[in-house]
Design a protein around this ligand. Sequence first.
Ligand code: FES
Ligand code: FES
Length: 158
Amino acid sequence: MAFTIKINGDSHSVDVDDDTPLLWVLRDVLGMTGTKFGCGMALCGACTVHIDGAPTRSCITTVDSIGNSEITTIEAIGKTEAGARIQKAWLDKQVVQCGYCQSGQIMSAAALLAGNPNPSDAEIDDAMAGNICRCGTYLRIRDAIKHAAQAKPQGGRG
Ligand code: FES
Ligand code: FES
């Protein structure tokens, strides 16, 4: 069945089964491989994208459930104000180790910062709890989110 979905400000037409997960559409149909497959069962957070600004596990989000919602992926999160600050903080604090989980980590962190400009440790831990990192970068992630919260907004669309 044909679907038109909005991703990073552009409309994309795809012809897939109704129950195809968004993650498969992004990676296999559209070639947007920044969003990662980890578990396929909403347990690891590697596949996190934003749907209307909310962090969402794309591995369990079927294409027929998306409708007119706006999807943002790691490829465009740097165009948002919070996403740009998070990405800069990730570099400043050298968060990444192997990198596999980090697209999802950044998407969850950007959603947190967009909705909460000055999150506490507990709020950070709560917002990031669903994003697993096998390299154990959790302390650097928390540090980078605080660093991003203290950075001055540079403009952009939030
Ligand atoms: S791949 Fe989606 S939560 Fe793990
Ligand atoms: S940086 Fe390696 S899994 Fe998180």
